[in-house]
Ligand binder design. Structure first.
Ligand SMILES: C[S@@+](CC[C@H](N)C(=O)[O-])C[C@H]1O[C@@H](n2cnc3c(N)ncnc32)[C@H](O)[C@@H]1O
Length: 375
């Protein structure tokens, strides 16, 4: 067990084990991790539906060699791999996911340059110079907050493109929802509140100092290779021994559209990517349950086949998969996942399953961690 983890810090859960007794115990330990874990850069930028950092750490302890996460999201697996000094890589279809993953695992030397630059940008953002605010953002911010964000955006655009500019963009991204009237990444309820003038620029600089401090505390090691890519088409790099991931659950989230404020401020056009999102809630709403489920099954089989093909012989694939939700009805994601893994030539060796109460929807959903071996 990694020394950075705090045993007993998380609520114990009843987890059921299936298959190989030793391996299913490891899966059960991973799945039992709950509660907030704020170590390293995990909590620095919000990202929805993150894997528990300790779940990733347990799996990395148990399976060695290069690791790949094809749905890397905010980079939980990559941060843990980086902490463990492991060679790792990741892809995601969301440009915000790759921006955040990069920032959470960046080299300390870039962070130091980013911190120095952020101070200068924050000072400039407090000067009264009128800048353009994206149309879509006007109703989500107090006017002076939108002006500060606009000045930060313009200041970052003037920085030379490269790793430091990328970190500054991630910094801006980290305060976009927090300084808005939007309730959270996953809830777009508008709740107006007051932020005194100047505090948005101060927050930007504070987040820069925080990120630099966290990155400086990370052990030196190989930087993860992170790419904007579709997991159905792009598999792991050669030599990958473990694919560890949590793909979208069918019908639960709209990962790409929920970042609309960030796209507007960061001037990203996500429209060419939208159609590639797996199991999106909007597809279940627009196409209906039967057709959308069929499409999700095909997509699910495709990404599993692509990842299995790229995995080294004698490698492992571990997938966290949970019941989907369409309207009030649960969608079983386990069976199609197991079948797709077998059809991709993998041998299912163990599984753990846990009940997850969904308080918001008054439902009990089941989450599984499935482990397969590539012969
Ligand atoms: C459950 S989240 C992953 C969270 C991640 N495990 C973490 O800890 O932050 C699922 C991710 O899948 C991504 N995604 C959806 N469709 C995709 C596709 N076709 N290829 C790659 N990523 C995709 C979403 O953008 C989202 O970041």
């Amino acid at each position: 067990m990694s020394s950075q983890r705090r045993p007993g810090a998380h609520e114990a859960r009843a987890v059921r084990e299936h298959g190989d007794p030793l391996l299913s115990k490891i899966l059960a330990e991973a799945l039992a991790q709950t509660g907030t874990e704020a170590r390293a850069t995990h909590g620095w930028h919000s990202y929805p539906a993150g894997l528990h950092p300790d779940a990733a750490a347990v799996m990395l302890d148990a399976f060695d060699g290069p690791v790949h996460d094809p749905f890397c999201g905010g980079g939980t697996v990559l941060v843990e791999a980086r902490l463990a000094g492991r060679d790792c890589s990741g892809t995601d279809l969301s440009p915000i996911a790759t921006l955040v993953s990069h920032a959470r695992t960046a080299a300390a030397e870039h962070a130091v340059a980013m911190r120095a630059m952020s101070r200068h940008l924050a000072e400039a953002a407090r000067r009264r110079v009128d800048v353009e605010v994206p149309e879509l953002c006007v109703r989500w911010y107090e006017p002076h907050v939108a002006q500060e964000l606009g000045r930060l955006r313009d200041g970052i655009k003037a920085v030379e493109p490269g790793p430091v500019q990328d970190l500054l963009r991630a910094l801006l991204s980290s305060i976009i929802v927090k300084s808005s009237f939007r309730e959270s990444d996953t809830r777009n309820t508008r709740t107006p509140h007051h932020r005194p003038p100047g505090t948005t620029a101060i927050l930007f600089h504070k987040k820069a100092r925080e990120l630099a401090r966290l990155l400086e505390a990370m052990p030196p090691g190989p930087a993860p290779r992170i790419r904007l890519a579709d997991a159905r088409k792009v598999g792991p790099p050669p030599g990958t021994r473990l694919v560890l991931t949590s793909p979208p659950y069918p019908g639960v989230y709209d990962y790409l559209p929920m970042q609309q404020l960030r796209y507007a401020w960061l001037e990203i056009d996500p429209s060419p990517l939208m159609g590639g999102e797996l199991g999106s809630r909007r597809e279940f709403r627009s196409k209906g349950r039967t057709e959308a489920l069929q499409h999700w099954r095909e997509d699910n089989a495709r990404w599993i086949a692509t990842q299995a093909q790229g995995l080294s012989a004698d490698g492992w694939m571990a997938i966290v998969v949970g019941d989907g939700l369409v309207g009030d009805r649960l969608v079983d994601a386990l069976q199609p996942t197991v079948v797709a893994m077998q059809e991709a030539g993998l041998q299912i060796v163990a599984r753990a399953s846990a009940d997850r109460p969904d308080h918001a929807r008054e439902a009990l959903r089941i989450e599984h961690l499935v482990l397969a071996h590539k012969p």
